[in-house]
Design a protein around this ligand. Structure first.
Ligand code: ADP
Ligand code: ASP
Ligand code: MG
Length: 860
């Protein structure tokens, strides 16, 4: 059914923040007047003042405890303050609401009891008080407005099984309502009413659930067949992620109702999930705008969808509880699912996501739809355990990719999936409507995953009409950027620029930073020895500085061993561990002759060259089966990895070692690189500790490296104190054994930057490119792993970023890029760009590809 073409009504809904200041109310008056001037009539729906609904919930809790006075006073004062700010008086009606609230709170305090109905009546006061103020303000601005009670316009439906939901999370009928239309048509051209509240058939006040004012607007819009519904909030539209958590989130200019529905249901608070259906049913366009910036373009949600398949948003919903049902007998068992779901129904619980296998069914319970307390969960668990083994997992976050035809783009998600390998993914679900792909992970992993997925997947194509500017572009202020943590290089800008006076590119290392990182590792109490994995950066000065801190070395080639002896003259051989992989026999012989520790990582070595190790002590590199890392190329354990001896070969290793008189004095494992979860090292440690009884000579357990380094200035850091605590437990299991750790990247990544001069710039098909003097020949990580390196224009550091560009090098490969879609100030030929965290695996992995020498190395 289409909107009534002749309707002159526009519904404009303002949220909590929108109605809480004079500046915003001036904009509301402006919006209303503009609509009137365009020949429309305006139905204003609005929320309680910001935080007042929360305040009322607190008031209820305090009243049950018998102490309502303070929260009552605070609520009243907040409203009085707003009236003064808006230059209006406290009307008798407003005073009436204050009095009523006081009476209800005192009543609850007296009886110490609270029904859902009373709760709804108290909470409704937030919207009633705010709209009374709103009406008075609009009148003071010369707007001819009538205040109406939304409960006379919206009838709550009986939600059957759940009486609680009927009162606190009600739904309303929204079929066209001619009587309401006539009533409004007969009133002033502007009517103001409350969001969030309705009335049931018995005349009781009901609520539409937290955030439900959007839905009030939509119900009313449908009932009067409005020509548009506008949701005015504190962000100018729906974004590709919550812009407050992900500043690179982009404005989505247009969405189909289905897509907006999916984004709202997947956790984007900006729209209440129930507000899409009425608009969709009556094909009423729904707009999202920001009250603070009424002239920004916003989002249009309608029945039209942009062609093609791409991910439009990455959403995060927290507070998810999973119920996992395990039953080996489930396979082909008739009616198992029906029985299980009957139990959920009995407990009034709504199931959201479901995944099944032959022996397991895992479902998620949505916190918005269920009141989950420990007691209820306990009962549910008890009843389900009659059917199968039950596990309650939580709190979890569901991270969803939303976009049309998501199935058609799954092949492009390869790199995105790599991100999940460091996480426990409890459940994966692809919506039947092909709009949503959801992963459920531990709650504390959600934010980071969204950030990374967004970075990987939201890349607008040439002249994309749908994806608009980023939040950062719209709102980032230079002060906001300056307020971020100051990286070391920002304080050495002149010195760094000086190094490029005579060259076009350079890696610059700050040894003080190397020393600081080394100290943070040697300070770990649980660690007996730290070994620097010098493949990350074998610069002799770095090796010396690291050695001075008492750190040893992990070498993977003979040349690396020789480098250490050259750079650190007189170093004791036993501070070096040689961990080669598929190396020739001579390298082992030479290393043993030098007296360094040697690691064997393949049974072949003992089977074929046992005599070379006769009478020696060695390390074994074990494949624990657990691979981790920021990309599959940097995972170094697990079935797909070429490294390490699998546990099932250890009996044979023990037999050969005994036969050849080889003592196994160390066990080593390394799971991968770029890991932030301390559990990684405790897991590896526990596997190795478990193996010690098979190798009684073991004195050292080396849990590897891979300590994650934040790749963004504001990125999260590895929690070293937690790591220390966790490793202390591993060590506690075997008091006589010394723990070793092998940081590589961790010691040097942040200590180095790559500087490069801008050569040329280009705009092609609407996409900007900033070309610099060196590229993947110096820093291959972005091309190889999709790694992120922060990039700033050092010449114009601190200037507002007003362009978005791909930063590319001069190499003849389309993968020769350093960063996609980077926010930068306008860049000019000759400017110096700084690519951060380039101290590890930069120069070390560089090449002369295209016969272009990589950037040279300098120290400051
Ligand atoms: P109101 O009080 O106006 O109803 P809400 O706080 O309910 O406003 O919703 C607006 C908030 O939604 C924004 O401040 C933003 O942090 C959050 N949000 C979450 N996800 C998104 C998204 N994808 N796009 C826009 N805003 C989002
Ligand atoms: N005031 C209510 C809330 O805070 C409804 C709304 O703002 O949409 O949940
Ligand atoms: Mg809201």
């Amino acid at each position: 059914m289409s909107a009534r073409a002749t309707s002159r009504w526009v519904v404009v809904k303002f949220g909590g923040t929108s109605v809480s200041s004079l500046a915003n109310w001036r904009n509301i008056a402006l919006v209303v007047k503009r609509r009137l001037e365009a020949g429309n009539r305006v139905l204003v729906v609005h929320s309680a003042i910001t935080k007042i609904t929360d305040g009322l919930e607190k008031l209820l809790a305090a009243a049950i405890d018998g102490k309502p006075d303070e929260p009552l006073k605070a609520i009243e004062q907040r409203h009085r303050d707003l009236t003064s700010e808006l230059g209006i008086t406290v009307s008798p009606q407003l005073q009436g609401y204050f009095d009523e609230l006081k009476q209800m709170a005192n009543g609850i305090a007296l009886v110490r009891e609270l029904s859902d109905r009373t709760r709804a009546r108290v909470m409704a006061n937030g919207e009633l008080m705010a709209t009374e103020i709103g009406a008075r303000f609009l009148m003071s601005q010369g707007v001819d407005v009538t205040w109406m009670d939304a409960r006379d316009m919206l009838s709550a439906e009986d939600r059957g099984a759940s009486a609680k939901a009927s009162v606190l999370s009600a739904t309303c009928s929204f079929a066209p309502d001619t009587a309401l239309e006539q009533k409004l048509d007969a009133s002033t051209p502007v009517v103001i009413t409350q969001g969030f509240i309705a009335r049931d058939s018995d005349g009781n006040t009901c609520l539409l659930g937290r955030g439900g004012s959007d839905t009030s607007a939509s119900y009313l819009g449908a009932k009067i067949r409005a020509r548009a519904i506008e949701i005015w909030t504190d962000v100018p539209g729906m974004f590709s992620a919550n812009p407050r958590a992900t500043p690179a989130a982009r404005l989505i200019r247009a969405l189909h109702y289905d897509e907006a529905q999916e984004i709202a249901t997947s956790g984007a608070k900006v729209l209440h999930p129930r507000c899409l259906l009425p608009a969709r049913q009556y094909q009423i366009p729904l707009y999202v705008y920001a009250t603070q910036t009424p002239d920004l373009e916003g989002t249009l949600i309608s029945g039209e969808s942009a062609p093609g398949a791409h991910v439009k948003a990455v959403c995060n919903r927290k507070g998810i509880t999973l119920i996992s049902l395990d039953s080996p007998g489930m396979w082909h068992q008739v009616g198992f699912m029906a029985d299980a779901f009957a139990v959920f129904k009995e407990h009034g619980m709504s199931v959201d996501l479901v995944s099944t296998s032959e022996t397991n069914v895992t479902v998620s319970l949505d916190p918005a739809a269920n009141t989950l307390d420990g007691e209820l969960l306990g009962k549910l668990q008890r009843d389900l355990s009659r059917l199968s083994n039950v596990r309650v997992i939580g709190p979890c976050a569901s991270v969803s990719l939303v976009g049309r035809n998501i199935r058609a783009i799954l092949h492009k998600l390869g790199d995105a999936f790599a991100l999940f390998e460091e996480q426990k993914v409890y459940l994966v679900s692809q919506a039947a409507n092909d709009l949503n792909f959801t992963f459920v992970v531990d709650e504390n992993q959600g934010d980071r995953l969204v950030e990374q997925l967004h970075d990987l997947l939201i890349r607008p194509g040439k002249g994309d009409p749908v994806m608009g500017p980023t939040w950062e572009q719209l709102f980032a202020k230079p002060e906001a950027v300056a307020a971020r943590a100051q990286p070391w290089w920002s304080t050495k800008r002149d010195e760094l620029l000086g190094t490029l006076a005579t060259r076009d590119s350079a890696f610059v290392y700050d040894l003080g930073q190397v020393e600081m990182a080394a100290r943070s590792i040697t300070g770990l109490k649980s660690i007996g020895r730290a070994l620097y994995a010098l493949k990350a950066n074998p610069h002799p000065d770095i090796l010396r500085r690291v050695a001075e801190q008492g750190v040893g070395f992990d070498c993977v080639s003979l040349a690396e061993i020789e480098r250490v002896f050259e750079a650190v003259p007189g170093i004791q051989a036993d501070r070096i561990l040689f961990t080669p992989n598929f190396a020739p026999r001579e390298e082992y012989e030479r290393a043993l002759a030098l007296g360094v520790h040697v690691t064997i990582d393949n049974l072949f070595v003992l089977q074929h060259w046992l005599d070379a190790f006769n009478g020696k002590s060695v390390f074994l590199r074990i494949d624990t089966g657990i691979g981790r890392g920021h990309h599959h190329h940097v995972k170094t354990a697990g079935a797909q990895s070429k490294f390490g001896i699998p546990v099932e070969e250890l009996d044979e290793v023990a037999r050969l070692a005994k036969a050849g008189d080889v003592s196994i004095h160390g066990l080593h494992a390394h799971a991968g690189s770029g890991v932030f979860d301390v559990e990684n090292w405790t897991q590896v440690g526990s596997v190795l500790v478990g193996l010690v009884k098979r190798f009684p000579d073991v004195k050292y357990i080396d849990v590897g490296g891979g300590l994650g380094v934040p790749d963004r200035i504001e990125g999260r850091e590895l929690d070293l104190a937690r790591l220390d605590g966790a490793l202390a437990k591993v060590k506690g299991a075997l008091p006589g054994v010394e723990l070793w750790l092998e940081p590589g990247r961790y010691l040097v990544a942040n200590a180095g930057v790559l500087l490069a001069r801008v050569t040329q710039t280009k705009v092609k098909s609407g996409i900007r490119y900033v070309g610099i003097a060196t590229g993947m020949n110096s820093l291959i990580r972005p091309a190889l792993y999709g790694a992120h390196h922060d990039i700033v224009n050092l010449t114009r550091y601190g200037e507002p970023a007003n362009i978005q560009a791909n930063v590319v090098g001069p190499i003849c490969e389309s993968s020769d890029f350093l960063g996609h879609d980077r926010l930068l100030p306008e860049c000019h030929s000759g400017d110096v760009l700084l690519i951060a965290t380039a101290g590890a695996y930069g120069r070390a992995m560089s090449s002369n590809y295209n016969l272009r020498a990589p950037a040279e190395e300098l120290l400051i």
